[in-house]
Design a protein around this ligand. Structure first.
Ligand code: MD6
Ligand code: FE
Length: 203
């Protein structure tokens, strides 16, 4: 498995996807996303736009709008069902997650100053399944803390092809992306970073 336990319940696999596999996965994701274009969600309540653009693959997609966070079966702009999760990601999940198949692959696109504030992944019923994420493109500074927002945090740089898994005691750990490093990878035409987050949603 070659994974590194970077904190209790947090595993990191450096370059789990080779350069060729990253290129193939990116092509696969981009082809699917043509039918489910990136859009910019807004924060519940305030309606402030996210700095990332998002879409989803899978039977359920995670969305955010003025009324809250939720999972839904259709794209909020096109109203079409989300495209299926790529085989390479299903294979990854079955290799490392030891849980029923994922229902959601949230796709986050970071360009320029985009970031993601400290948050917990807690909108799922299936909290016994881990969350698995794949990074493609530019490097990012990932911050991980504990299950309380006040817990101390540590930072790791994530590079293209890296895989992170949160499970067990870390399933509800706070985490976020402080920044990306524009120009650190040439994988994505036009630059930027794509993060693919796989989750089991239903119990
Ligand atoms: C990102 N990742 O890497 C955002 N969540 O862009 C996440 O929010 C995340 O990487 C749960 C588990 C792993 C993650
Ligand atoms: Fe998350």
């Amino acid at each position: 498995m070659n994974g590194l336990a970077i904190a209790p319940g947090v595993m990191l696999w450096r370059e789990k996807f080779s350069k060729d596999e990253q290129t193939a996965l990116l092509q696969d994701v981009r082809a699917r996303i043509e039918a489910a274009p990136f859009y910019r969600p807004v924060m519940p309540g305030s309606g402030n736009p996210f700095s990332v653009e998002e879409s989803n693959l899978g039977t359920l997609g995670w969305v955010s709008d003025k009324s809250g966070y939720r999972y839904q079966v259709t794209h909020p702009v096109t109203d079409a069902p989300w495209p299926a999760i790529p085989d390479a990601l299903m294979t990854l999940w079955r290799e490392i997650a030891n849980a029923p198949d994922p229902e959601c692959c949230l796709v986050n696109l970071y360009r320029g100053p985009a970031r993601m504030g400290l948050h917990q992944d807690k909108d799922e019923q299936a909290l016994s399944a881990p969350v698995v994420s794949v990074s493609l493109g530019d490097e990012a500074l990932f911050r991980i803390g504990g299950t309380s927002r006040k817990d101390p945090t540590r930072s790791v740089k994530l590079s293209s092809g890296d895989v992170v898994m949160f499970g067990g005691p870390a399933r509800l750990a706070y985490h976020g992306i402080d920044r990306i490093y524009p120009g650190s990878s040439s994988l994505i035409p036009g630059g930027g970073r794509i993060n693919l987050t796989l989750r089991r949603v239903t119990g």
